[in-house]
Ligand binder design. Sequence first.
Ligand code: NCD
Ligand code: ZN
Length: 336
Amino acid sequence: MPTSLHSPLDMHLHLRDGDMLKRVAPLSAHSFSGALIMPNLVPPIETKEDVQNYKNQILEAIGDEDFIPYMTLFFKPTYSREFLESVRDEITAIKLYPAGITTNSEGGLSGFDVEELRTTLEAMSDLDIPLCIHGETGGFVMDREAEFVPIYEKLATHFPRLKIIMEHITTKESVAALDRFDNLYATITLHHLLITLDDVAGGMLQPHLFCKPIAKRPEDREALLKVALEAHPKVMFGSDSAPHPKEAKECPGCAAGVFTAPIALQTLTELFEKNATPLKNLQKFISENAQDIYRLKPLQKEVILTKEPFVVPDNYEGVVPFSSGTALAYNIHTII
Ligand code: NCD
Ligand code: ZN
């Protein structure tokens, strides 16, 4: 039986710029209807002009594909209400990185004092601009995300009208926080539904599975899987597909990021089927929940997958994908 997915959305995607953008953007634009584009370029996307220029570069890179890049700004506590009003129509969200926590986040935020953030976050609440957060502290790597949950709670309490998206959650503590606050939502990646720290470092070190936040324990993965498979209305798919050249991954000082964009839909279909989950749940996880949370009207795109093996390429122009060289159960057959 072929599987048909409608207007898939990837609500957390790194497309980079320059040559890398040209390599990876067509892969997402081919099978997804749209994606939320992360702003952590060097230098980051911080002005209206940056957003417009970057969007134009993306549109140029994808050619004829039907695909909406939903743009974001790199959060600064200095953004004024006037600035946010002027840029409102160009963006879908603002992404907050704690300073230095991941790839290209050096210009991020160094403290979460509510009064210092009030002007910007109240303006975002009034303008209905969601705040996406990379929620990790500078603590011990396995505890960073759980330690950040009180910060999510503080922001959710002080800014009850602000939509806060906990990005790429990896722990049962973040899953539990979802139901405690009306204004907390989350994205979940494909790789965090599949791997634990054991897959990254339990045997021979696997640099292509190394990312921020690092994959956690089996019970964390179970908690993520539960809310993804039941299509909890506050969770949505965000791949966090983060391409780095092969040489930057297979070296001392391996860059953080897993490249899943070209295999995400095939693998999610297989995962939901394996867990005997109704297709309508996958449809919610991959598109409808994000439409509701972000109030989006995506481009119509139908992706038809058939149950026939798809052998994942070893690399896409020098970028090694998740599951490289292995056979997936589903292949993309037609895109309408
Ligand atoms: C991302 C990247 O490479 O830009 N890396 C990652 O490990 N996920 C940044 C991020 O989302 O943390
Ligand atoms: Zn990311």
